[in-house]
Each structure stands twice: as structure tokens, then as C-alpha cells.
Design a protein around this ligand. Structure first.
Ligand code: PHE
Length: 376
């Protein structure tokens, strides 16, 4: 800054002449008014109100004025700079308000728009029901075992004591992938699409030492037309327990626990004698109807659609593992006994969720699957 100069005493300094101050002020005001956005305004501010702006430089000259001119020049300069600063503040507020209004419009989110444009699928209820059943058994200490869907006749039939002439082997029931004796090396055993998951039990018994507690869920195949109550591809869950001293009572208690876990407390089960080559004795297992709780049986006033007023729902086949099966799988039937149970998940889903047509389960239409999607 210039210091007062005694020897030099001009009446006026060029930069502090009233017209000159006005010119600088007007130039600054015009630039402020012309600033189109906040960035431009920031630049205008540096140019017209910053340390090196014409007004600031002129202000420094006040010190060099003779004393009588200082006050007036200072006043004029102060007013000019004040006017410029005021204009800056006003323009700044204006531009900020404009920006805020614009952001509100540009960044608006329409919360009524659909949030999910890619339609989500849903897990198939057969899968979720299967997992539920697995959970019930895993909680009891069972393991989940899996095996191939394309299986040799030996595992699917022979090892399970199903005789060569058993009708289930006939071409109408079983889907053959390769007829027996076609390949020199596998002359004995044909290859089939497994008709049940029991071959997984045989594989498990061959794989591990008893005690064995496994549950075998999986897809199975039988020669059937697809209609409301049949499907050639369906899902079975079989369970197998091999230990010392197992009896039918263990089997019944285990199934009863499963039924109660899936359908609610207080339901009983019953066994009806039956025949399976791989179990002896064998039984058909029914559960009390979970809708009418057996009350519809013999009671025409209270018909029940779920169990056709039988009072019972057939679940599946079961029994004590035939000692011949144990022997075929290398387990000593004198020391160990076992029980097995097998049932179809599609049928279970039908009466548990009132699904009326089995075709809905195999068509893969997400409109069928989605309502089950929430089930964990
Ligand atoms: N594997 C039999 C079937 O598919 C079901 C079953 C399993 C029966 C275990 C008895 C014991 O029909």
C-alpha cells in the first residue's frame, strides 16, 4: 500500500475519480448480474471483489491522497464496494435458490413407479417342502444322502430283493435307458431311470458302517401318463435307519414326529400290513387327517374333502429292512436291524396345500410357484 506522500499532493488520483469508481462499480454490478450460475459468480467475485480487483487496487490509493480528499474518496469507495458486495450476496442467494429448485425437480424420485422391473421367480414348492422334511430329520441326527437318477438294475431292483419277474421291472413301469445284456461288460445289469430312491439306501449301506441314519430325497421316474393325479417324474423321500435293536416302534415314533412337525401336534399315525420285497414286515403308513382330525369318518354330517371322509391320509410305504437287503449290502442282519420309509412329495404337497392338479407342479408356471415363494 502507498504511504502518504508529503511532497506529492495531487487533488485527485486518477483511479479514485468519482466517474472512475462508478465505472468500476457498474462493471462489477453488470458482471454479477450476468453470472449465469454459481461457478460463474465465483469467478466474477474473484475478478471484481478480490484482492487484485480494480476496486481493491484503487482502494489502496486512498492512502496517497491529501488529508482533505481522503474522507470523501473513502466514502465513495466504501459505498461502491458495499453496493458490489450486496449485489454479490443477492445474486448468490438467487442462484442458490434456483439450483435448489432445479435439484428438487431433477433428482425427484417417483416412489409410485414399479421398483422391480425384472420379474423374480420363486422357489418350487416341491423344493421347499423337501428341505422342510430334510430339516425335520437333520434335527434328529439324520444325514441327507443323494445318488444317481440313472441307475443300474442291480441297485434299483436286485439289491432290494425285487425278483427278476417282479411286475415293477416290466417295460411298462420302468423306463429303461439300456436293456440288460446289451454291453458285454455290463451283461448282467440293465440301466434304468430309478423308479424309487431306495437304491440310494443300498449305496449308503455299502458306503458306511452302521449305525446309519439317512434321508434320501430325489427325483424318480415311472412309466405313467401325466394327468391330474399322476406324473411320470416325481419326487420321493425315503429314510433309512440301521442300528442295533431298532424295531417297528422306532419307525412309528419317527414318522409320528415327522407328521407332527409338518402338520401340527396331536396327530396320530397307523400302520396297515402290506408287502414290499425290501422290507419285512411291511406296512402302509397313514396319518390322521389334519383337517377333520378323523371326525369325518362314518359321519355324513361332516364330510371332509382332504381325506374323502376317510379320516386318514395315506402317506407311504414302510417296514423293517429285509435281512436279505442287509446281507446284499454287507451288513450283518444278526447284529443290526433297520427300518425304512418312503413317500411321494407331490402327493404330500397336494393335500397339504390343496393343490388339485399335479400338472401344475411340473409345468413350471411361475404363477403357480410364486404364492409358495414366501415359505421358508
Ligand atoms: N421304495 C418304495 C416305493 O417306491 C417305498 C418304500 C420305501 C416302501 C421304504 C417301504 C420302505 O414304493
Amino acid at each position: 500500500m502507498s504511504a502518504p506522500n508529503k511532497s506529492y499532493d495531487p487533488v485527485e488520483v486518477e483511479a479514485l475519480k468519482p466517474e472512475e469508481i462508478e465505472r468500476m462499480r457498474d462493471e462489477a454490478l453488470a458482471a454479477v448480474a450476468a453470472a449465469a450460475d454459481l461457478d460463474a459468480l465465483r469467478e466474477v467475485k474473484a475478478a471484481h471483489a478480490g484482492d487484485r480487483s480494480p476496486l481493491a487496487l484503487a482502494n489502496r490509493e486512498i492512502g496517497a491522497l491529501p488529508p482533505h480528499a481522503k474522507a470523501e474518496a473513502g466514502k465513495r469507495m466504501g459505498m461502491a464496494r458495499g453496493a458490489v458486495n450486496k449485489a454479490f450476496a443477492a445474486r448468490q442467494a438467487e442462484l442458490e435458490a434456483e439450483r435448489d429448485a432445479r435439484v428438487l425437480v431433477e433428482e425427484a424420485v417417483d416412489v409410485t413407479l414399479p421398483y422391480d422391473r425384472t420379474p423374480a421367480g420363486a422357489r418350487h414348492p416341491i423344493t421347499t417342502l423337501c428341505e422342510r422334511i430334510e430339516d425335520v430329520f437333520v434335527a434328529m441326527g439324520y444325514e441327507v444322502a443323494e445318488g444317481p437318477e440313472v441307475e443300474t438294475e442291480w441297485f434299483n431292483f436286485d439289491a432290494l430283493n425285487i425278483a427278476q419277474d417282479h411286475p415293477a421291472r416290466a417295460m411298462q413301469d420302468t423306463l429303461f435307458v439300456q436293456a440288460p445284456g446289451k454291453k458285454a461288460k455290463e451283461a448282467e445289469s440293465g440301466v434304468v431311470l430309478r423308479t424309487h430312491t431306495s437304491p440310494v439306501q443300498v449305496r449308503t449301506m455299502l458306503d458306511r458302517e452302521p449305525p446309519v441314519y439317512v434321508i434320501c430325497p430325489g427325483r424318480v421316474y415311472r412309466m405313467d401318463e401325466l394327468d391330474a393325479t399322476h406324473t411320470p417324474v416325481f419326487t420321493q423321500v425315503e429314510l433309512l435307519a440301521i442300528d442295533e435293536g431298532l424295531t417297528m416302534a422306532d419307525l412309528k415314533g419317527t414318522i409320528e414326529h415327522m407328521v407332527r412337525s409338518l402338520f401340527g401336534e396331536g396327530l396320530t399315525t397307523r400302520l396297515r400290513p402290506n408287502y414290499f420285497p425290501f422290507t419285512e414286515p411291511s406296512a402302509e403308513l397313514d396319518m390322521q387327517c389334519y383337517v377333520c382330525r378323523g371326525e369325518s369318518a362314518g359321519n355324513p354330517d361332516r364330510p371332509c374333502r382332504t381325506c374323502s371322509s376317510e379320516g386318514w391320509i395315506e402317506l407311504g410305504g414302510c417296514g423293517m429292512v429285509n435281512p436279505r437287503v442287509l446281507t446284499a449290502a454287507g451288513i450283518d442282519p444278526e447284529k443290526y436291524s433297520g427300518f425304512a420309509f418312503g413317500f411321494g412329495i407331490e402327493r404330500l404337497l397336494m393335500f397339504r396345500h390343496n393343490v388339485e392338479d399335479m400338472r401344475d407342479m411340473v409345468e413350471g408356471d411361475v404363477r403357480f410357484t410364486r404364492p409358495f415363494g414366501m415359505e421358508i
